[in-house]
Design a protein around this ligand. Structure first.
Ligand SMILES: *Cc1c(COP(=O)(O)O)cnc(C)c1O
Length: 358
């Protein structure tokens, strides 16, 4: 659906993405960069983000073949690594659209078509996809036997890098290094995500780092890093400002009672746009220089904000998320989830506006 009259807007500062990438590259010790733009670049618009950063990064990665095809059809030329698994159905698409496959299982060697580029995924402790470290010798033989395919890299994925000081990060790193002894001639080795770069400055990041959340200005996990700058600002228009009397109740299940006569703003944005209902009576919204409480249950299409004695102009925007308001970190903390989920929840109904592009 095309949005003609946006109720709420996410403003995406493309120049902030580039700045974050510069900082991340520096923190990683100048490694190559793979930008993870899966799930529509965590709702930041994968095509626009990829086009903007294409010159700066070495690789792009997406979760599945459809996401990769979308980027190719929209003119993105960088190598694209598909993190998901190849199947008989999608194998030809890797060739047609010049995509790099991930080989996570023996069968993938036979599924892929002649000449397809692939990278090998080892599961060193994530417990999701990939070969086990004990299979290293066997996988090497499969790679050697399948010269019809072209091996362009090898990678693994940390399970606990969001948390600084995790012993398991060291364990996974050691396991991967042992695997690598069998793959001396593979040209590209990578393992670190944003968490590993931000929280583990001393660890060897091999040849390339993979960043999704970091380039969007957030560190995953509890630790916040002020050298990362949030890229997205979520603003909403006001549907109505109305007087409210002491004792009046607001929204479904009447969970909030007005403490004092004052004013109430109704904003046309709700859980149908991606505001978790679990943030009901917790979220703070900024008007001008002041934060105001969102009150009552979040509804599908609206939230209510109590203004006390203040009157705001109905042509003002309320800032729901951003560097000068509640950040996505605050949303995640209060909503008992992670920043990744907060971002991917932002729906298509919210209008995307891009600033900072040349
Ligand atoms: C999503 C993903 C990443 C990016 O993680 P961030 O925390 O956003 O940096 C990196 N590698 C793999 C395999 C992923 O699935």
């Amino acid at each position: 659906m095309k949005i003609h009259f946006p109720n709420s807007i996410v403003e995406i500062d493309l120049s902030a993405i580039t700045k974050n990438l510069v900082s991340i590259k520096e923190k990683s010790g100048g490694k190559k960069i793979l930008a993870v733009v899966k799930c529509d670049a965590y709702s930041h618009d994968a095509v626009r983000v990829s086009a903007h950063i294409e010159e700066f990064v070495d690789y792009l990665a997406v979760a599945n073949v459809d996401e990769a095809i979308e980027l190719r059809l929209r003119g993105i030329k960088k190598p694209i690594l598909v993190l998901g698994v190849p199947t008989y159905k999608n194998a030809a698409a890797f060739q047609t659209h010049n995509l790099t496959a991930t080989v996570s299982h023996q069968t993938h060697f036979s599924i892929l078509m002649d000449g397809t580029s692939y990278q090998i995924n080892f599961d060193t402790g994530m417990g999701r996809l990939g070969f086990k470290p004990e299979q290293a010798q066997e996988v090497r033989q499969l790679a050697v036997a399948n010269q019809r395919l072209s091996c362009s890299g090898i990678y693994s994925h940390y399970a606990t890098a969001d948390d600084p000081g995790s012993e398991f990060v060291q364990t996974q790193h050691r396991r991967f290094k042992k695997v690598l002894e069998h793959f001396k001639e593979v040209p590209l080795i990578h393992m670190s995500n944003t968490g590993a770069v931000a929280n583990y400055p001393k660890i060897d990041h091999f040849d390339m780092i993979r960043t999704g959340l970091g380039m969007l200005g957030y560190n995953p996990g509890e630790t916040r890093h002020d050298w990362l700058k949030p890229v997205l600002t979520w603003k909403s228009t006001i549907a109505q400002v109305r007087p409210i009397k002491k004792g009046e109740v607001v929204s479904y299940s009447s969970t909030w009672t007005c403490p004092e006569d004052g004013f109430m703003a109704t904003l046309p944005v709700g859980y149908g746009d991606g505001i978790p209902r679990s943030l009901s009576n917790k979220l703070q919204v900024r008007f001008g220089n002041k934060m105001y409480p969102q009150v009552g249950n979040v509804t599908m299409d609206y939230i209510m904000v109590y203004l006390g004695q203040d009157q705001v102009r109905t042509d003002q925007h309320g800032i729901l998320m951003g560097k000068d308001s509640w950040t996505a970190h605050d949303w995640a903390d209060h909503g008992k989830t992670n920043v990744h989920e907060i971002m991917t929840n932002i729906q298509k109904r919210v209008y995307r506006e891009f600033i900072g592009s040349s």
